[in-house]
Design a protein around this ligand. Structure first.
Ligand SMILES: O=C(O)C1=C[C@@H](OP(=O)(O)O)[C@@H](O)[C@H](O)C1
Ligand SMILES: C=C(OP(=O)(O)O)C(=O)O
Length: 429
C-alpha cells in the first residue's frame, strides 16, 4: 500500500481543469448502452469507478471504444443487452452497483454484482427493497442487504415509492428499472438529490417529469443516442477549492466545472464561510450547467450545515471538514448520517484524522462539530481505503506544520486519476 507525504506550501496559483464528472460518466455508459445508435462521450472520467461500469456493459455485449480522447458506445437498444458469462465486478463503486441493480432487474437474463471489501459492506436493501416491490428478484448476503447480489431478470411493474433517504443512487436505480416496467414509476425523496439521471434521460429523449419532491418515468420508451460532453467534476474541484481558500494569498482558476444546482452545496457552504469563490463564464453543455470557478485565499468562519444542503454537498464533507478546521469558530454538520455508509464511515474517519492534526471534533450519529483553530499539525493518518478521505488529508497537509503522511492512497485512482500531478503543478514551497 502506497503512502504520500505532503509538506506545508508557501503558495498556490494557476489555472487547471479537473477530470470529468464521475456521476455523469457512469450514466453516459449506462444510457448510451441501452439507447439506439452511437453515443460519443467527451471528457469521460477514466477513474476506476467509471471504468468498472464501462467493463460491465462490455461484458453484456456492448461495443465501447476508447481512443484516449472519445469514448464511443454502440448502443443496443432497451432490450439488446446479453447475459454476462461471469460476475460483474463493480470494484469500489456504489454508483455502479446500485444503478446496475435497477437496470438489471428488468432484463431477461441472470446476473451477479460484486465489489471490493468496502463495497461488499455497504447497504443494498435501499435498492433491493423497492426493486422487489416492482417485481424484481434479487438475492444478496445478509438477507439482501449486502453484495454479492444475484439478480434474476423479471417482468417489472411501475411503483410509487417514497424513498426514506435523499439518494440519487436509490432514485436512479428505481428510474432505470422504471424504463423496463409496465406503467409509470414515481420516486419521491425528502430533499432533492443530484438529478443527472433525470437530465440525461431527457437528453436521450425519454419522457421524464419532475415535480416538487419527486420524478416520474414511463416504461417501454426507447432512448435515442446523443453525444455527451462530460463537465469537470465539482467533487474533484472541491479539493482544489478548499486548497486555494486555506493557503494564504492563493489564486486559482478551475475551468469547465459542472455546476448543476443539485451539486453546488460546496460552493454555497464555502461562500457562507466567507470563502471567495466566484462563478465565471456560465454556460450549458449536454443539458448540464458548466462554469469556471475562480477562488482566492480567504479568512473563513464556522457555519451550520443541515437540511437540503446535505445531499447537495454529500461527497464534499471530508474536505469541508478541512475548511472548517482552518476556519475561525465552530462548524456544525447535522442530518448527514448518510456519511456513515460511504466507502468508509466518513464522520468517524475525519474525526479520527483531524484529531491527529490537533483539532477538537465532537461526533454525533448524524454529523459532527469541528472547532476551527486556523492551524493544523502535521501527522500520519490512514485513508481508510476511501479516496475522499485520502485527498482531504493531503489538502490539510498543504497548511499543516511539518509533514502530513497519508497511508493507503491508491484509492484516489477510483475518482481522481492525476490528482498528485495536478496538485504539484499549482503549489510552490
Ligand atoms: O448517483 C450518483 O452518481 C452518486 C450519488 C451519491 O450517493 P447516494 O445516492 O448514496 O447519496 C454520491 O455519494 C455518489 O458519489 C454518486
Ligand atoms: C460515495 C462515493 O461514490 P460511490 O457511492 O459511487 O462509491 C464517492 O465518490 O464519494
Amino acid at each position: 500500500m502506497k503512502s504520500y507525504s505532503m509538506q506545508k506550501v508557501r503558495s498556490l496559483r494557476g489555472e487547471i481543469s479537473v477530470p470529468g464528472d464521475k456521476s455523469i460518466s457512469h450514466r453516459s455508459i449506462m444510457l448510451g448502452s441501452i439507447a439506439n445508435g452511437v453515443t460519443r462521450v467527451t471528457g469521460f472520467l477514466r477513474g476506476e469507478d467509471a471504468l468498472a461500469t464501462l467493463g460491465a456493459f462490455r461484458a453484456m455485449g456492448v461495443q465501447i471504444d476508447d481512443d484516449g480522447s472519445n469514448v464511443t458506445i454502440h448502443g443496443k437498444g432497451l432490450r439488446g443487452l446479453v447475459e454476462p458469462t461471469d460476475v460483474l465486478d463493480c470494484g469500489n463503486s456504489g454508483t455502479s452497483m446500485r444503478l446496475l441493480s435497477g437496470l438489471l432487474a428488468g432484463q431477461n437474463f441472470f446476473s451477479v454484482l460484486t465489489g471490493d471489501q468496502y463495497l461488499r459492506n455497504r447497504p443494498m436493501k435501499r435498492v433491493v427493497a423497492p426493486l422487489t416491490k416492482m417485481g424484481g428478484r434479487i438475492l444478496g448476503r445478509a438477507g439482501g442487504e449486502k453484495a454479492p447480489l444475484a439478480i434474476v431478470g423479471s417482468r417489472l411493474t411501475g411503483i410509487h415509492y417514497d424513498s426514506p433517504v435523499s439518494s440519487a443512487q436509490v432514485k436512479s436505480a428505481i428510474m432505470l428499472a422504471g424504463l423496463y416496467a409496465d406503467g409509470e414509476t414515481v420516486v419521491r425523496e425528502p430533499h432533492l438529490s443530484r438529478d443527472h439521471s433525470e437530465r440525461m434521460l431527457r437528453h436521450f429523449g425519454a419522457t421524464v417529469e419532475t415535480f416538487d419532491g419527486g420524478v416520474k418515468v414511463c416504461g417501454g420508451t426507447e432512448l435515442s443516442a446523443r453525444d455527451i460532453a462530460v463537465p469537470g467534476d465539482i467533487s474533484s474541484a472541491a479539493f482544489f477549492l478548499v486548497a486555494a481558500l486555506i493557503v494564504p494569498h492563493a489564486d486559482l482558476l478551475i475551468r469547465g466545472v459542472g455546476v448543476n444546482p443539485t451539486r453546488t452545496g460546496i460552493i454555497d457552504i464555502l461562500q457562507a464561510m466567507g470563502g471567495r469563490v466566484t462563478l465565471e463564464n456560465l454556460r450549458e453543455e449536454s443539458g448540464e450547467p458548466v462554469a469556471d470557478l475562480h477562488v482566492l485565499g480567504s479568512c473563513m468562519k464556522g457555519v451550520e450545515i443541515s437540511g437540503e444542503l446535505v445531499p447537495r454537498a454529500i461527497d464534499e464533507f471530508p474536505v469541508i471538514c478541512v475548511a472548517a478546521a482552518m476556519a475561525e469558530g465552530k462548524t456544525v454538520v447535522r442530518g448527514a448520517e448518510e456519511l456513515r455508509v460511504k466507502e468508509t464511515d466518513r464522520i468517524a474517519a475525519m474525526a479520527t484524522n483531524l484529531r491527529q492534526a490537533g483539532v477538537e471534533v465532537i461526533e454525533h450519529p448524524d454529523g459532527m462539530e469541528i472547532v476551527g483553530r486556523g492551524a493544523l499539525s502535521g501527522c500520519t493518518v490512514d485513508s481508510f481505503g476511501d479516496h475522499r478521505i485520502a485527498m482531504s488529508m493531503l489538502i490539510a497537509g498543504l497548511v499543516a506544520s511539518g509533514e502530513t503522511t497519508v497511508n493507503d492512497v491508491d484509492c484516489i485512482a477510483t475518482s481522481f486519476p492525476g490528482f498528485f500531478d495536478l496538485l504539484q503543478g499549482v503549489i510552490s514551497r
